[in-house]
Write a protein that binds this ligand. Structure first.
Ligand SMILES: [Zn+2]
Length: 149
């Protein structure tokens, strides 16, 4: 057999995929052939490099980073939800208290009462709308980051 016939067998030999007879044939040829020995050495080096690249970053680190990012997202998501719920409760409670007092007070003009009610509800609606916008932006950010990766 000539070198051309042995060369395609080299990768299989490295991966241990050859039959014992074929391995023996190849080994006999390698013992006699300098060129094929050099090629085998090159392939071995390439294989080691590939293995090093694969294990450059231990899987543990990758996994840990993944869970940390999931935790951060959950934490911030929860933070935003609590903040918005709390803010809405406080704002509504304060608004109703204020409105109740004003409406009970006969000295305050009806037009002013209407104005204050509109103002307070407007503020609550704006606040909720801003929070929702903020949450939507966060979702988009998360998505674009995932695309980046
Ligand atoms: Zn050869």
């Amino acid at each position: 057999m000539r070198c051309d016939e042995f060369k395609p067998m080299l990768t299989g030999y490295l991966d241990g995929e050859l039959t014992p007879e074929r391995s023996a044939e190849l080994e006999a040829h390698l013992a006699a052939c300098e060129a094929c020995r050099r090629e085998l050495a090159e392939l071995t080096g390439l294989k080691e490099e590939l293995a090093m690249m694969k294990f450059k970053e231990p899987p543990d680190v990758e996994l840990e980073r993944y869970w940390r990012s999931v935790y951060n997202r959950l934490e911030r998501g929860l933070g935003w939800i609590l903040l918005s719920v709390g803010a809405i409760i406080v704002l509504c409670y304060g608004a109703f208290q204020l409105i109740e007092e004003m409406i009970k007070d006969p000295r305050v003009a009806v037009l002013l009462k209407v104005g204050v009610v509109a103002l307070v509800f407007g503020a609550v609606i704006l606040f909720v709308s801003l929070l929702r916008e903020r949450l939507a932006v966060r979702k988009v950010d998360k998505y674009s980051k995932e695309v980046e990766r």
